[in-house]
Design a protein around this ligand. Structure first.
Ligand code: ADP
Ligand code: MG
Ligand code: ZN
Length: 618
């Protein structure tokens, strides 16, 4: 999935421009020396003695002497050129014979030479200065007003509110989040109204949500709506180079912000510096801690009249230091969730607006096919579709372009060039058919959306299960069924070929992740363990992952046993299903070999005669 960072709006380095101008001027001066005979026919080069000979013969009509170059034209309009010794005068050369008809002209070049000399003399200095400035910027990231050696200056990019016109309408979906920040906008616009009422406005607001859901976008929209300066800095930028710089950058950032109040400070990806302190060690860590401390100090130091609001964004609120979340700091949280069907439709709509969508396009269909896609993914879908339309020389963006783009974003680009032997193709086809059948004959698995034996991204084949609707809770049974369908690939290989391959490693990884999450996080581990959570909540499969807590070795053994038995149970169920439908497995695999891809409709046709395990999916 592609993630787009905020666009860098910092202007071109003015010194680079100066440098380019100086070099261009020097080149210009060298080429277009005054009096240069451009456009005329090139004179013929002759030796000095030949030239003097011709002079003696009185062949020349005009002679022009410029520095050490002598150019002469005969009465037959032939042009000659020769070079004299530096310092040799026309008297030395005997060109002052009054009996000759030649018109001798000496061109004075000292004027233009002086200018060239000055330029050439100054250019190295300009170069040198520019180089130093370049270095210091690279090292310390001197900000807008940092002066040439501002190592500790804040690297915050200032988005001028007038230039930066992201508005709430650009943020589609996220209605609740927008509602929550409306009052922030109002406060920045009319601080007096709130002060009169004695209302305290939060100093810090934390935008929380999965990657790509539009946190950065929303922050920019807040600034755009409030029409105030917006200082944006990314957490990772603080932790860049020299120890101690992070903290001084923070100081500088807040100082500048206060001077520009009312305004917004936006610290993107604050988890890069805001992690819980006092874990691990190392120089980089100390640096982070200092930076974090400085942020806390600065936020405490705001007096109530300061109209500066600090926004921060993270997708890992669980790892943030508690001190950051205390009242008076980032005590207000705004959650941005993954978009649901309606939100996805709106996001697709927003990004389709400046593209020539065909009138036959049904964005709702695309929205319903993209459960689990973030705003950024959806933006990519529309963009990939546009690229595809250009490739196919279509005049408008068609539904098929969008559908192909959904697959590309979900599963990576097709890799048809990958050379795969017939034998391997056969194994892949059975593997994928195994997943599809195992999934189909469980109650709670998502319906099969597409099966393909074309390599995509790093996968050799894909079975794509797609939920029909947004779900927020996962049942125990659903997780178990999921494991069954994940076993399908490997079990099919074992059943048909009597051996398994390395192709299932990713499946196995996911199976054990699910099983461990069930036992350790969801209390689904059986009677002996009970409903105890053995892990700290984090993100992972089904939106949760785990970080191991301290527990006794006996408990660890019990957990392992439970996990093992869950995995085995799923494996047995899977094998049973595949054995029962072995002939169907072979048929589907063989058809896959011929067709390469199979849609949901094509897949479901195999089950129309025999009653399937479930009807809700057909
Ligand atoms: P985050 O900061 O949450 O990781 P971003 O704000 O950087 O996500 O979002 C990346 C891109 O995805 C945005 O620039 C925008 O084009 C698109 N996007 C994400 N969410 C939305 C949304 N709700 N409405 C419109 N576009 C969105
Ligand atoms: Mg972001
Ligand atoms: Zn697999």
């Amino acid at each position: 999935m592609k993630k787009r960072g905020p666009k860098n709006t910092s202007s071109q380095n003015p010194f680079r421009v100066l440098l380019i101008i100086a070099l261009a001027a020097a080149a210009f001066a060298l080429i277009f020396q005054p009096g240069g005979n451009f456009g005329q026919e090139e004179p013929q080069e002759i030796s000095l003695s030949e030239f003097l000979q011709k002079y003696e013969e009185d062949a020349f009509q005009t002679i022009e002497i410029k520095d050490n170059k002598i150019t002469a034209e005969t009465f037959d309009e032939e042009r000659y050129e020769t070079t004299k010794e530096a310092g040799a005068t026309i008297v030395d050369l005997g060109l002052n014979d009054r009996m000759k008809r030649a018109q001798v002209e000496i061109v004075d070049t000292s004027g233009s030479k002086m200018w060239l000399n000055i330029l050439l003399g100054v250019a190295p200095f300009i170069l040198l200065i520019a180089f130093f400035i370049f270095l210091s910027r690279k090292a310390g990231g001197g900000g807008g007003e940092g002066g040439p050696f501002g190592f500790g200056k804040s690297k915050a990019k200032i988005y001028d509110a007038k230039k930066h016109s992201t508005k709430f309408t650009n943020v589609a979906g996220a209605e609740e989040a927008k509602e929550e920040v409306v009052e922030v906008v109002d406060f920045l616009k009319n601080p007096a109204k709130y002060r009169k009422m004695g209302a305290k406005i939060p100093k810090g607001i934390l935008l929380v949500g999965p990657p790509g859901t539009g946190k950065t976008l929303l922050a920019r929209a807040i600034a755009g709506e409030a029409n105030v300066p917006f200082f944006s800095v990314s957490g990772s930028e603080f932790v860049e180079m020299f120890v101690g710089v992070g903290a001084s950058r923070v100081r500088d950032l807040f100082k500048t912000a206060k001077r520009n109040a009312p305004c917004l400070i936006f610290i993107d990806e604050i988890d890069a510096i805001g992690k819980k302190r006092g874990q691990g060690s190392g120089g980089g860590h100390d640096e982070r801690e200092q930076t974090l401390n400085q942020i806390l100090t600065e936020m405490d130091g705001f007096d109530p009249g300061t109209n500066v609001i600090v926004l921060a964004a993270t997708n890992r609120p669980d790892v943030l230091d508690h001190a950051l979340l205390r009242p008076g700091r980032f005590d207000r949280r705004v959650h941005i969730d993954m978009p649901d069907l309606e939100a996805r439709l709106k996001i697709l709509d927003v990004h389709g607006q400046n593209k020539p969508l065909d009138s036959s396009v049904e964005l709702r269909k695309i929205a319903s096919k993209t459960v689990g896609f973030s705003g950024a993914d959806l933006e990519s879908v529309v963009n990939e579709a546009a690229i595809m339309a250009v490739k196919k020389r279509a005049k408008t963006l068609l539904q098929e372009h969008l559908e192909d783009a959904v697959e590309k974003v979900a599963m990576g680009p097709e890799r048809r060039s990958r050379k795969i032997s017939e034998r391997e193709k056969e194994i892949i086809a059975h593997h994928e058919a195994g997943h599809a059948i195992a999934g189909h004959f469980t109650k709670n698995c998502e319906p099969v959306h597409k099966i393909s034996v074309i390599s995509r991204g790093s996968a050799l084949g894909v079975t794509w299960f797609l939920p029909v609707e947004d779900t927020y809770l996962q049942s125990e049974q659903k997780m178990k069924d999921e494991m069954v369908s994940l076993h399908g690939g490997r079990m099919a290989e074992r059943l048909i070929f009597g051996q398994t391959t390395s192709g299932a490693s990713n499946d196995l990884e996911r199976i054990s992740q699910i099983a461990r999450a069930m036992v350790m996080t969801y209390g689904m581990g059986g009677k002996k363990l009970g409903s105890v959570v053995f892990a700290n909540k984090k993100r992972g499969p089904f939106g949760l992952d785990f970080e191991e807590k301290d527990f006794s070795p006996e408990t660890a053994r019990l957990i392992d046993q439970e996990v093992q038995s869950l995995v085995e149970e799923a494996e047995d169920r899977c094998l049973e299903i595949l054995k029962k439908h072995e002939s169907l497995l072979k048929t589907i695999a063989n058809d896959l070999l011929k067709k390469e891809t199979m849609t949901r409709e094509e897949f479901l046709k195999y089950f129309s005669k025999q009653p399937a395990g479930k009807t809700k999916k057909s």
